[in-house]
Design a protein around this ligand. Structure first.
Ligand SMILES: *[C@@H]1O[C@H](CO)[C@@H](O)[C@H](O)[C@H]1NC(C)=O
Ligand SMILES: *[C@@H]1O[C@H](CO)[C@@H](O)[C@H](O)[C@H]1NC(C)=O
Ligand SMILES: *[C@@H]1O[C@H](CO)[C@@H](O)[C@H](O)[C@H]1NC(C)=O
Ligand SMILES: *[C@@H]1O[C@H](CO)[C@@H](O)[C@H](O)[C@H]1NC(C)=O
Length: 469
């Protein structure tokens, strides 16, 4: 299957690789199975999962269904030890969402006439950005009819705008609380952050200057004929045909910033050569030639291989490295994505940093910067830095701002996911610090009661399931 970066998926040009299983195990609890794989060309794999996992949990909640943790696609690039279970802390995930959705590790087995078999699911294709009503009608009817449904593809299959603040808040709970990387990834990340911070503040940059993104963007004009051939080939093999004129792409701000442009922006903003920068990136395309001018401007450059323990990539084929990059960018003093288009890694980080106290994020407006860079290349350099500054200081730097379409909820969850100290409505009030303990004791007494009741009944849960299916 041909695969490409997220923008292709966003536009629905390609079949999305993610899948979601939904099955009914009992009247009160259906089952959702998320089966996901990541795309070959997409180096930022971990964040690719996040949005889909959030949507899957919300879908399960809407349908009162049980979520089955991702079963990895056997043909997936991220095989075996990677994927959800290899990257995320599963016990933490289940515990955090304990009071939101029921989560099980594998699709339930059913016993009929003494024979045990796995639930068989009916496959349905959810409409793009399906509304909540699709889940409460079509999906639910099918779930009841067939006992189990299998939703595929599952990329952007639940509307971002849901007019139910509880469900929106659940998205944040999944994304910013339940989805925690495994302990070894957290440990490596904090080691790197501590090391960097021991020398003062540091900035992280997500440098999206990789082959897949460049091929997708169609900005070939800055490359050698040989490099252009490689990009063209990648484009043909992975994306739908579209006539692209590189100069036009550049003028409308569709080209990822080059490392040199990133350096020039930072210089114009007043960062000098003592600035410490952590670079999060896959393999940069075009070799050292593009990095050289950037390194000359900012020599104190690090990445997870240069500061980390160096064994990250061994078993996880880049996923663990991407997860560590994510954490270091999350915790850095300043974060700068160089491609603010549909890059899940950068978008999710922007949303995450906003959620954790409006951490400073520098988002270059590539469309506004494009004519300034074109002028520079063509020799019109007068007032260059001042013009760049004017664009750059005309942004919010990750401060609170209302989310306006096409900005994504996953990029900006303000104000939905922010509590208020003196709110009138109880739902908007800030929870106590020990909210999990409070919930724990509250629900424990309910659970104790239910257990007692269940113990009182002669029917066992499995017998109920049999009659249902
Ligand atoms: C899910 O359960 C809640 C509370 O029990 C109920 O109000 C709601 O209608 C149920 N939703 C569906 C889709 O069955
Ligand atoms: C940084 O810039 C200053 C001049 O502004 C120069 O003297 C110094 O050598 C530079 N340091 C490095 C490491 O390039
Ligand atoms: C990290 O930087 C070093 C030195 O610049 C480079 O050789 C290496 O490929 C980089 N690693 C990653 C994962 O970007
Ligand atoms: C269990 O059953 C007994 C007798 O049927 C009843 O008295 C008791 O209240 C029940 N307990 C619960 C928790 O439902």
């Amino acid at each position: 299957m041909r695969r490409g970066p997220s923008e292709a998926l966003l536009r629905g040009r390609r079949r999305a690789p993610a899948r979601l299983w939904v099955a009914v195990a009992a009247l009160v609890a259906g089952t959702i199975w998320l089966c996901s794989s990541s795309s070959l060309g997409l180096s930022r794999g971990t964040s690719y999962y996040r949005v889909q996992i959030c949507n899957a949990v919300v879908a399960a909640r809407i349908m009162n269904a049980t979520l089955v943790l991702p079963e990895l696609d056997a043909n997936s690039f991220w095989r075996d030890e990677s994927g959800f279970v290899g990257i995320y802390d599963v016990p933490h995930f289940m515990k955090t969402l304990k009071y939101d959705v029921r989560i099980v590790l594998s699709i339930p087995e059913v016993t009929t006439n003494g024979k045990t078999k796995k639930l068989k699911a009916h496959q349905i294709r959810p409409p793009r950005d399906a509304p909540v009503t699709w889940y409460t009608t079509t999906a639910l009817e099918n779930m009841k009819k067939y006992g189990a449904i299998y939703l595929t593809p599952f990329s952007h299959r639940l509307a971002e705008d849901i007019d139910d603040s509880e469900l929106q808040r659940l998205r944040c709970r999944v994304n910013y609380h339940a989805l925690r990387f495994k302990p070894h990834i957290m440990k490596t990340s904090s080691e790197i952050v501590n090391k960097l911070r021991s020398e003062g503040h540091f900035m992280s940059i997500h440098l999206r200057f990789e082959m897949d993104m460049l091929a997708f963007a169609g900005c070939f004009d800055i490359f050698t004929p040989k490099e252009q051939k490689i990009l063209m080939k990648y484009r043909q093999e992975n994306f739908a045909y579209k006539k692209l004129v590189p100069r036009e792409r550049r003028i409308i701000g569709k080209c990822p910033l080059t490392p040199e442009e990133v350096g020039l922006i930072l210089r114009a903003m007043g960062f000098d050569n003592t600035t410490r920068i952590f670079l999060a990136s896959g393999e940069l395309f075009g070799g050292k030639r593009f990095m050289k001018p950037f390194k000359a401007m900012f020599p104190r450059l690090e990445n997870h291989s240069t500061v980390g323990p160096g064994k990250l990539e061994e078993n996880t084929r880049g996923l663990a490295g991407s997860a560590v990059d994510y954490m270091v960018c999350l915790l850095s003093d300043i974060f700068m994505p160089t491609y603010d288009g549909p890059s899940n890694f950068a978008n999710n980080l922007m949303g995450h940093r906003l959620y954790y106290g409006f951490r400073t994020t520098v988002t270059p407006n590539r469309k506004a910067l494009a004519p300034i860079f074109i002028d520079r290349v063509e020799g019109r350099t007068a007032g260059f830095e001042e013009r760049v500054r004017q664009v750059m200081f005309n942004s919010h730097f990750g401060g609170p701002h209302k989310c306006i379409h096409p900005e994504s909820f996953y990029t900006n969850s303000w104000p939905e996911c922010f509590c208020q100290v003196n709110a009138k409505s109880l739902a908007d009030r800030c929870p106590p610090e020990n909210i999990n303990d409070v919930l724990e004791s509250q629900f424990q007494s309910v659970e104790d009661m239910e257990e007692l009741k269940a113990a009182n009944q002669t029917d066992s849960a499995s017998q109920t399931e049999e009659t249902m299916i």
